[in-house]
Design a protein around this ligand. Structure first.
Ligand code: ZN
Length: 570
């Protein structure tokens, strides 16, 4: 590809609307074009990278026994109503009417359609197992599209679905997909963490996310350096150190004028936060819930939502707290009745806590569970903090930020039961098909790769997904012998199967060309200049290397091939 033929132009300055590195760099390097909020065109450079990612995905999905198909994005809304997911997706589901007034949807995922296909085609256990996948466009009406390609309204996804006759077979498909995912990320040059994930309200069992570590990622993974335990923040568990066990003392009221937060309370009474209990109020499907957790911990709302088996959970407002006869900032379980009370296990780790007195400006010392108050549900609803002991081996846990680039999920029979996808088992009994689903956002993977691989000058593409492998820069191309040398090298590299972008511009300075090379981040840069050509050599440099080396012209192709092979291996 010649630079002068590229449709896209690079930008010198950061676009003001871009808040993350990948968004900024993809716009500046001319990879994407924003059509509307959360809607982007993939321009030729991005498209090359996306097609490379897709090719790797296809090979690994096929190797794992997947069969590719293509399902429509446009679907009757009725199908979504049959599973209740039209309501579950709510405003995130793009819906429209056709010319006859029939309600339609633009699909954000394809469980409904793929289950209908299996319903029509699978009759017996002999027809199972099946793994079907597609690489296709999805739609999601995000309330706040952001971060360029990370959170968008139209996106390309590889979605796969497994159909199995029993749990053991599902486990096999699930493991095959997990392995295929590991292979895909490794081949893209992207190290990922596989984290246990929350399986949500649908009632599936196992679920794992694949997270690419980045400084600015919106997800947090909790991981242990002592064993393999890795889970996302919503799912992660930790051991709680036993609090100091003291002789239980009597309850005693203390005056705490104007004190409403745990931090203020701990400072005012000169005690550590873990010697207090925190009260938090939630509205769970329109019912107020009283939650107690040790003062040094935070509530994990996903765990709480799952423990309560509700669809919606949010913090209660001050008016809702007051209406329930409770005092925000000074509440505790002592003397509270007629309201659902949930507590975290941590309230039983320690004794003689300071808690709210259920009246303004006062707290109680010496509160002990279960001596002084009851709860309806005592369970794990705590957000894990870095440094807490690992639930498997006891070593301190670490928190890592990252971007989710894949998700695998044992769905169970939710969709097959809702849509009647059944088969006859070996004993001639009608059974619902057991399902798993497996997704990778293709554009998001490219964006996450750039989040993880860039520096202050631009993108640093991993070799396997770089749009081109070599950035050939010609300087002073007005000089005939320089232009000839660059042209000859360009043709030779392509003849060897090395993809080369040739900056053949004659109207740009060396500085602009070298900045553009750094910005676009191709793995190897080659400079052909009058000085080099006089010496019968060119300058070759890896994107992250400080200094270029002079390589004799006849050795250039071999040198580049060697470099690309070594980057592949690293
Ligand atoms: Zn561990």
């Amino acid at each position: 590809m010649r630079f002068t033929q590229l449709v896209t132009k690079t930008m010198r300055d950061d676009p003001p609307e871009a808040e993350t590195a990948s968004h900024r760099l993809l716009l500046r390097a001319g990879f994407i074009y924003q059509v509307a909020a959360g809607i982007y065109a993939s321009l030729p450079l991005a498209w090359r990278t996306l097609r490379k990612i897709e090719a790797i995905i296809r090979e690994e999905m096929d190797a794992a026994g997947g069969q590719e198909l293509m399902m429509p994005a446009l679907q009757p809304l009725e199908l979504w109503q049959q599973t209740g997911r039209a309501a579950a997706f709510g405003d995130n589901l793009f819906s429209l009417e056709d010319r006859r007034g029939r309600p339609m949807a633009l699909a954000p995922t394809h469980e409904e359609v793929v289950t209908s296909i299996v319903r029509a085609n699978v009759q017996s256990y002999r027809d199972l197992p099946q793994i079907l996948y597609q690489i296709q466009t999805k739609f999601r009406d995000e309330p706040r599209p952001r971060a360029g390609l990370v959170r968008v309204r139209e996106f390309t996804m590889k979605d796969a679905y497994s159909f199995n006759g029993d749990e053991e077979s599902l486990e096999q498909s699930y493991r095959a997909m997990a392995q295929a995912y590991h292979n895909i990320y490794r081949r893209c040059g992207l190290p990922v963490l596989m984290a246990e994930a929350d399986s949500g309200a649908i009632g599936g069992k196992d679920s794992h996310e694949f997270i690419l570590a980045t400084d600015t990622g919106e997800d947090t993974v909790i991981t242990c350096s002592g064993c393999s335990y890795t889970a996302n923040a919503e799912k992660a568990e930790a051991l709680l150190p036993e609090g100091t066990v003291e002789v239980e003392v009597c309850l005693e009221e203390v005056s705490t004028p104007g004190i409403k937060t745990i931090a203020d309370l701990a400072e005012y009474l000169d005690i550590p936060a873990e010697k207090t209990l925190k009260a938090v109020f939630y509205m769970a499907d329109d019912e107020i819930v009283f939650v107690t957790i040790r003062g040094d911990l935070e509530v994990n709302e996903v765990k709480l939502k799952n423990a309560l088996h509700v669809n919606e959970l949010r913090m209660a407002g001050d008016e809702e707290v007051e209406a329930a006869g409770l005092v925000a900032g000074s509440a505790s379980g002592i003397g509270i009745a007629g309201i659902q009370r949930v507590a975290d296990f941590s309230i039983s780790k320690g004794s003689n806590f300071v808690v709210g007195a259920n009246k303004p400006n006062a707290h109680l010392r010496g509160a002990n569970y279960p001596r002084d108050f009851e709860v309806d549900l005592l369970t794990d609803i705590a957000l894990v903090q870095p440094g807490q002991p690992c639930p498997r081996c006891g070593r301190g846990l670490e928190a890592i930020r990252g971007v989710e680039v894949g998700h695998i999920f044992k769905l169970g029979t939710f969709f097959s039961e809702a849509l009647g996808a059944t088969f006859l088992d070996r004993d001639g009994r009608q059974q619902p098909v057991i399902m798993g689903c497996y997704g990778i956002g293709v554009g998001r993977l490219m964006a996450a790769a750039i989040e993880q691989n860039h520096d202050e000058r631009g993108i640093v593409f991993p070799v396997p997904i770089a749009p081109y492998q070599v950035h050939l820069v010609g300087l002073n191309l007005g000089q005939e012998e320089v232009a000839q040398a660059a042209e000859a090298l360009y043709i030779e590299l392509w003849d060897m199967g090395i993809e080369c972008l040739y900056d053949d511009r004659t109207d740009q300075s060396a500085g602009v060309k070298l900045n553009d090379a750094d910005l676009m981040g191709l793995p190897v840069r080659v400079i052909v200049s009058p000085r080099n050509v006089q010496q019968g050599a060119v300058e070759v440099k890896g994107r992250l290397e400080g200094d270029a080396v002079m390589v004799p012209l006849n050795e250039v192709p071999g040198d580049i091939q060697e470099r690309l092979d070594s980057y592949h291996g690293s």
